[in-house]
Write a protein that binds this ligand. Structure first.
Ligand code: P6P
Length: 325
């Protein structure tokens, strides 16, 4: 019988307000249910394409829809949640409640990996709702520093839930009995690293500073960096960021020339902002190359942004390359 604290036990000592803890508990329950349906894979017939294209102009997987419905139903039923926004929904949904919180989420990040059994995840962000009125889309457009809490679940060899509420970052592992067990009470990112994560197939499309930075890593000991680098790219942001939280690294999804009008691939409100709050609270940094992600003023619900995040000193090297033009 484990003696590890469960989520409720950890929350009881967390200084954040009871209301946000209640919302986190609802989301954690939804993620536990998502873990089961993701793990069932082909057995439940949940793999493969759904045959529809979402607001991102991406082909939806069946699990994108299933997991979105699990989270949407859970949040619609929570009286402390006034509104929700999802990567899979064109616009925001009011729940009928007033006040409390807004929740944005990517129900199944990395879903292109689901059919090949590679780790995927759920990302969520909790924002304050406007007082006294039903929320509109404009109410969701808050800089990331306004987040009340953020977290993700990663469905990998273990299912883990990583959270930040009032301070610090903690990690829970889903137990066989469905309880979230506190297994990582203090998550901290090493300030230095020798591991970068980027999709190298886009190399010819990057801006010069990104090419210079990656070239420096690839030159290894013989180059200006004076050390060898390793590379990882899971193509699930949740899995790549989780690795960085566990052992350091730098994650990059920069602007590239394939679609010059697109600032980047990742979405600000429900990918970059929650991950950036977690990374900063764990001692790392997260920037669009110039400005801290959490300081950006959103202008559109599904707005995309370039992302460079991870070990603080390595992110600073990328920022310096960017400043050099
Ligand atoms: P690419 C998943 O679709 C995602 O949004 C992130 O989770 C991931 O980091 C990125 O896209 C992968 O993009 O172009 O390498 O497939």
């Amino acid at each position: 019988m484990t003696t590890l604290t469960d989520l409720a036990g950890w929350l009881s000592d967390e200084p954040a307000g009871d209301e946000v803890k209640a919302v986190v508990t609802v989301i954690a329950g939804a993620c536990a249910r998502i873990s089961k349906v993701v793990a069932s894979g082909a057995i439940s017939g949940s793999l493969g394409a759904a045959g529809v294209v979402n607001v991102q102009d991406e082909e939806q997987k069946k699990l994108d829809i299933i997991t979105n419905d699990i989270l949407r139903d859970a949040l619609q039923g929570c009286p402390l949640v006034a509104g929700l926004a999802s990567e899979e929904l064109e616009t925001v949904e009011a729940t009928g409640a007033v006040g409390g919180f807004l929740v944005t989420f990517d129900p199944l990040d990395g879903s292109s990996n689901i059919d090949v059994n590679v780790s995927v995840g759920t990302i969520f962000s909790i924002l304050p709702a406007p007082a006294g009125v039903a929320p509109s889309e404009a109410d969701f457009l808050l800089p990331g520093r306004n987040q009340v809490a953020a977290g993700y679940a990663v469905y990998g060899p273990q299912t883990m839930l990583v959270l930040t509420l009032s301070k610090g970052v903690v990690g829970f592992t889903l137990d066989a009995d469905g309880a979230w067990r506190l297994t990582h009470p203090t998550v901290a990112i090493p300030a230095d690293t020798a591991e970068f994560a980027i999709n190298m197939s886009n190399q010819r499309h990057w801006a010069a500073p990104v090419r210079r930075y990656i070239d420096g890593c690839l030159q290894g000991k013989t180059g200006l960096r004076g050390k060898n680098f390793n590379m990882r790219w899971v193509a699930s942001m949740v899995a790549d960021v989780h690795r960085i939280l566990m052992r350091g690294g730098v994650f990059m999804y920069p602007w590239d020339a394939r679609e010059p009008d697109k600032p980047g691939k990742l979405r600000l409100l429900y990918e970059a902002n929650p991950m950036s709050l977690i990374v900063e609270r764990a001692g790392g940094k997260s920037t669009d190359g110039v400005t801290a992600i959490l300081d950006l003023q959103p202008t559109k619900l599904h707005q995309r942004v370039p992302v460079v995040l991870g070990s603080a000193n390595e992110v600073e090297v990328v920022v310096a390359e960017t400043a050099a033009g």
